[in-house]
Design a protein around this ligand. Structure first.
Ligand SMILES: [Zn+2]
Length: 738
């Protein structure tokens, strides 16, 4: 296995429609990777179609992207994102809907009237932006509004009128509810019960509003583009209208179809209006056709509506796939079930049919995920040529998701070429190659192998790591040894075996230190015993960033990041938080460029070090000590015995300083420039092992050395008092801790 450098990207400026269900990816990573592995206009395959943006990015970069999309909602998202209707069509479509009649009223007026409440301050009628509910209660307990008349805004208690209004709508609920599931499943359909269950996650008011709007969608006879625009707006409203909106927001990315204990009931009409800005893609449109139509060589998207299995035979004959890209799918019962529901609402029963299994399946575990992934990888194996690369992104990485992906790919004879992991909040980047069909001897996962892999990972980092990191180290070693799964073993059995070996190694024999307030192996951080301390990743990243800044006077963040990731590949990939902590300690931002601060230019720093060293010698002499200099150390001695030892640093490399200091921590003082104090505090907060060691030492800033040198009458007592009263401040302001 080679070492893979993490490819940096940018967080998208706007999250886009249904973003809470779409894989959170950075933009730019996949096009950078493709530019190194495939010529423009080459055919690229996304076998899962989970991320419309990933596909779009590849197509915009000039590739012909074949994508299989089984979920009708994701497919619609992809098609609309590739060629969004014009803003004018969105506006006109919403206006057409708004002015259509409901009785004597405009539809907009009618639907908005469902959300009328009273401003608590001025007593006027206002539109609630949302009502707040507790699970299984008959009426809302509060509401959120913004009164345009008096400016009163925020969360206010519900009044009897609010309760009455909610109950009035609930009284007619049965009829709308049955219409809503008839659009998904027929009366005699055995899956009807599942559709009914899914619809339970809609309160009567939003369900009434949505079904009313959806009926108009058919009845308005809009021109095609406007119809498409309105469908897009309604889709976003369908998601805004369910009960999966925890309040206050705890779980912004729901995976399970379950109503939170407290939730928002969003104003459906308002969410339609808000949808206007949601779909306006910034980039240019991209050709997007349905298989087997062909796209131009300049790039585009070819959508296969179905599963990979169906495509495999056809593709192999006709289309040379140069590379595979994908956001790997993870189970999302909430999104999958709702997708089936929404497809029925928007396009009728027939469109649900191929996807109806999503309604039925209730529980998805990681073994299920691995089995499904394995099936996909096996079809992929059939349609790809030997050696075809597969760049996979694993969003919202959890340890079992990683195990699932690696086990499935390995069992389908994809060779793992590299893996880069930044933090648990970033997608893991994985590179596979379609391997050979070999009969391999499968090994049992053994403890020794896992132990060595985790030790190696922690020695390389020189600091404690998250469970995800040590887990990744273990499963990578097991992948290389073909020990994740026996050929005749079920995935769930293989999973249990892998997990129990990793757990027993970590907990078992005192080889690892667990820094955690929780019991579970997956909590907190794992490290090596203090006796096995090596230079920490944070210290090495600091050195590398400073070296970069000395050589490059106009680096922008992405370039600095890219350079660092080359030096720290795989599981060593430093976090953005760490990079920014170092940059802020040494450099200033001018426009987009990071420049070393004037006082941190090498020459200026040398002068500074020399001056502070001389002051330490002078102060020592004034206090009647014999001063001895030993490299970076200044030793104050009395009768040949060291009393005070100063380790003089220009950096925040306190871990290195501690390792190099042979003297008793109680008498040793680490002297740092004031500008490094925040970085030292950052390192101490993220690394409990360092905090433990550093706690035994005293820190002192240059400023205090200068101040003490200027004190006219200095005694040994006042010196001790002064250094005791100079605590290095804790991290100020907001800092990314990861
Ligand atoms: Zn008011």
């Amino acid at each position: 296995m080679e070492s893979l450098s993490y490819i940096p990207g940018l967080k998208p400026a706007d999250p886009g429609p249904l973003s809470r269900f779409i894989p959170p990816l950075e933009e730019g990573a996949v096009s950078t990777w493709l530019s190194q592995h495939a010529a423009p206009s080459a055919w690229v395959l996304d076998p899962f179609g989970f991320s419309p943006r990933l596909v779009l990015e590849a197509a915009r970069a000039g590739y012909r992207v074949l994508v299989t999309v089984n979920n009708p909602i994701t497919r619609f998202l992809l098609e609309v994102s590739a060629n969004p209707p014009a803003d004018a069509d969105f506006k006109a479509a919403l206006a057409d809907l708004a002015v259509s009649k409901k009785g004597d009223d405009r539809l907009e007026t009618h639907l908005q009237s469902l959300y009328i409440t009273k401003c608590e301050k001025c007593g006027r009628d206002v539109q609630a932006e949302a009502f707040l509910w507790r699970k299984e209660e008959e009426a809302p307990y509060a509401k959120i509004y913004h009164c345009k008349e008096c400016g009163d805004a925020g969360e206010r208690a519900a009044i009897p009128e609010d309760v009455e209004r909610a109950q009035r709508i609930a009284a007619t609920d049965g009829l709308h509810r049955s219409r809503a599931f008839e659009r998904v499943a027929a009366l005699d359909d055995e899956d009807r019960v599942y559709a009914e269950e899914a619809i339970q996650h809609y309160l009567p008011r939003p369900l009434y509003a949505l079904t009313t709007i959806i009926n108009r969608l058919d009845a308005l006879n809009l021109p095609a583009e406007r119809h498409r625009a309105l469908t897009a707006l309604v889709l976003a409203a369908c998601d805004a209208g369910n009960t999966l909106w925890a309040y206050p927001s705890e779980r912004p990315r729901p995976k399970l179809l379950s109503t939170p204990n407290q939730f928002r009931e969003n104003n459906v009409w308002t969410t339609l209006e808000q949808g206007l800005g949601l779909w306006s893609e910034t980039g240019a449109g991209v050709p997007c056709v349905a298989w087997p139509n062909r796209i131009p060589e300049t790039g585009g998207i070819c959508v296969y509506e179905g599963r990979l299995r169906g495509l495999a035979r056809e593709v192999k004959k006709e289309i040379p796939i140069t590379a595979v890209i994908a956001a790997l799918p993870r189970p999302n019962q909430a999104f999958w079930t709702l997708s089936a529901l929404w497809a029925g609402w928007l396009w009728g029963r027939e469109s649900v049919e191929p996807y109806k299994v999503a309604l039925r399946r209730r529980r998805y575990d990681w073994a299920w995920n691995a089995t499904a992934l394995h099936s996909a990888f096996s079809h992929l194996f059939e349609l790809l040529a030997l050696g075809t690369p597969f760049f996979g992104l694993l969003p919202e990485a959890e340890p079992p998701f990683l195990t699932s992906a690696l086990t499935a790919a390995s069992a389908a004879e994809f060779d793992l070429k590299g893996l880069a992991l930044r933090t648990e909040h970033d997608p893991v980047q994985i590179l596979w190659e379609r391997g050979e069909h070999l009969v391999r001897e499968a090994r049992q996962p053994d403890s020794e192998l896992v132990q060595q892999a985790i030790e190696k990972c922690l020695i390389e980092r020189g600091e404690p790591a998250s469970y995800l990191h040590v887990h990744a180290a273990a499963v990578l070693a097991l992948t290389e040894a073909h020990a994740l799964k026996q050929p005749d073993q079920e995935f769930d059995a293989a999973f249990r075996r892998t997990q129990s070996v990793i757990e027993s190694v970590l907990k078992g024999n005192g080889n690892f230190a667990h820094y955690s307030t929780g019991e579970g192996v997956d909590t907190g951080l794992w490290g090596l015993p203090a006796s096995r301390q090596t230079e920490s990743l944070a210290d090495r990243v600091e050195v590398e960033v400073v070296t970069y800044l000395q050589k490059n006077t106009d680096g922008i963040y992405l370039e600095i990041e890219d350079d660092l990731y080359q030096h720290f590949p795989g599981l060593l990939t430093p976090s953005k938080g760490m990079i920014y902590a170092v940059l802020n300690a040494y450099a200033e931002k001018e426009g987009a460029k990071w420049k070393l601060r004037d006082e941190d230019a090498a020459a200026a720093r040398r002068e500074d070090l020399k001056a502070i060293g001389e002051l330490l010698e002078k102060i020592g002499a004034r206090l009647k000590y014999k001063v001895r200099r030993q490299d970076k150390l200044f030793v104050w001695e009395e009768n040949g015995t060291p009393v005070r030892v100063f380790y003089l640093l220009a950096s925040a490399l306190v871990g290195r300083a501690i390792a190099e200091t042979p003297y008793d921590p109680g008498q040793t003082i680490l002297v740092i420039p004031g500008g490094r104090a925040a970085l030292v505090a950052y390192k101490e907060q993220r690394d409990p092992a360092l905090a433990e060691r550093l706690g035994r030492y005293q820190l002192m800033k240059y400023r205090l050395v200068r101040a003490l040198a200027g004190v006219p009458i200095l005694t040994r007592e006042t010196f001790e008092e002064q250094i005791a009263g100079d605590p290095v401040e804790q991290t100020k302001g907001q800092m990314m801790m990861f």
